[in-house]
Design a protein around this ligand. Structure first.
Ligand SMILES: *[C@@H]1O[C@H](CO)[C@@H](O)[C@H](O)[C@H]1NC(C)=O
Ligand SMILES: *[C@@H]1O[C@H](CO)[C@@H](O)[C@H](O)[C@H]1NC(C)=O
Ligand SMILES: *[C@@H]1O[C@H](CO)[C@@H](O)[C@H](O)[C@H]1NC(C)=O
Length: 380
């Protein structure tokens, strides 16, 4: 062996050849899947490993890697919607470990506390919280029914408050909820010991913005993807010595090349920050007909976004995506075409590269319907 070769690097290079990762997928038909991704370079294979029917319309998943539990919120509005806890073994086997009755229209959930979970309910204008572990018959710790006076600027979409996500700030002291219907970022302070939320003054967005999802960049910057305006906003975050967190907008950009306005029918989906880059999924923009797109921005230290790149989502209606910890792979969940797509990412430049795997999961959906694939996550 050449004295210049570091044996540890050699071992990690050999391991990389057989890299394996698990991916969790939820489908609106009521099923959670675990997939295994194997491969390296440009040769990757996805295989379906295990499935579990949790019932209802699972819309979103949060994975707690310590307990290895997947929490899925239920978007159904009839019957008895359930927030479910699914245990995932390291080899991908899934089994139901708990559930709680939740209000209908659950579209997103987040862990906080520790020991608590919050759910955003779009269709029923509610934010609810639960103490963990979930057990059959357990009910909400708190339920906030949101109100607004009259309809919003976009009356057909803004007929009522529609909280779309629940986000915990990096200090863990506040919960934020972009309200698509009311053009607000709702803000709550958290009592970490009791899990109780207390409402703070909301941040008011421009009428017709339709804030949907957000992602923090450090402690002091928050990006929000706006489903109705098809923009992404950079907000600065101010923490109080006591009292409430407050926000202030510093920048607004569209999610297409050259700050172009999105074609009618486009709906910004998910946003994620990874290191000094921001990624946004564009649903129904058809930038890569018949496929939709992913937009990326580089971020300076003050949080200012510079548009970087637009790439194919490899399907239609990319409702969800997840970047792995190493930052070299992104899994995209295309809802309507119900396919899981894996693309390469350069951790240094943030650029997304070629598609290395794609797999159809369950039945395809119809555009604008709550069917098809709902969420994707790395098991890590
Ligand atoms: C899932 O895939 C892994 C890796 O290929 C395998 O070892 C395991 O047995 C599979 N599990 C199930 C439940 O099929
Ligand atoms: C980009 O478009 C947004 C939304 O229309 C607008 O608010 C912003 O001023 C534009 N920015 C630039 C640099 O053109
Ligand atoms: C659209 O996505 C499919 C599936 O991932 C892929 O096979 C096809 O090449 C893509 N087409 C374009 C134009 O991006």
């Amino acid at each position: 062996m050449s004295p210049r070769i570091n044996p540890l690097l050699l071992v990690s290079a050999l391991l990389d050849v057989a890299a394996t990762a698990n991916i969790f997928v939820s489908h609106y038909s009521g099923t959670i899947y675990s997939l295994t991704l194997t491969g390296s370079g440009s040769e990757y294979t996805l295989t379906q490993n295990s499935t579990l029917n949790v019932g209802g319309q699972p819309s979103w998943m949060t994975f707690d890697s310590d307990s290895r539990i997947i929490y899925a919120s239920d978007e159904s509005t009839s019957g008895s919607p359930q927030l479910t806890a699914t245990s995932a073994s390291k080899d991908g086997k899934l089994s139901l470990s708990g559930k709680a009755t939740q209000p209908g229209g659950g579209v997103h959930n987040v862990l906080y506390g520790p020991g608590y979970i919050a759910v955003a309910h779009y269709q029923t204008s509610t934010i609810s919280t639960y103490k963990l572990p979930l057990s059959s018959g357990s009910s909400a710790l708190q339920k906030f029914t949101l109100t607004m006076s009259g309809k919003g600027t976009n009356p057909s979409r803004q007929d009522a408050p529609h909280p779309h996500e629940v986000i915990i700030d990096p200090t863990g002291n506040f919960l934020l909820s972009p309200d698509l219907g009311a053009d607000l970022i709702r803000i709550y302070s958290i009592d970490k010991s009791t899990g109780k939320l207390t409402a703070c003054p909301s941040f008011v967005e421009v009428g017709g913005t339709g804030p949907r999802h957000g992602s923090f960049f450090g402690e002091d910057i928050l990006y929000i993807g706006n489903e109705l305006a098809n923009t992404v906003h950079a907000l600065t975050v101010t923490y109080p010595t006591s009292g409430c967190l407050s926000l202030s907008r510093i920048q607004s950009l569209t999610t297409l090349t050259g700050n172009k306005t999105a074609p009618s029918g486009t709906k910004v989906g998910e946003v994620h920050v990874k290191d000094k880059f921001l990624y946004v999924s564009n649903r129904r923009d058809l930038s890569f007909t018949p496929n939709d797109s992913m937009a990326s921005f580089s971020l300076d230290s003050a949080g200012k976004m510079t548009f970087q790149q637009i790439t194919s989502s490899g399907g239609t209606y990319p409702r969800t995506f997840s970047i792995n910890k190493a930052g070299d792979l992104v899994v995209i969940g295309d809802q309507t075409t119900a396919n899981v797509v894996v693309v390469k990412r350069d951790p240094a430049t943030g650029l997304l590269g070629t598609q290395v795997a794609s797999m159809r999961i369950g039945s395809v959906g119809q555009a604008e319907n709550d069917n098809g694939l709902s969420a994707v996550l790395w098991d890590e």
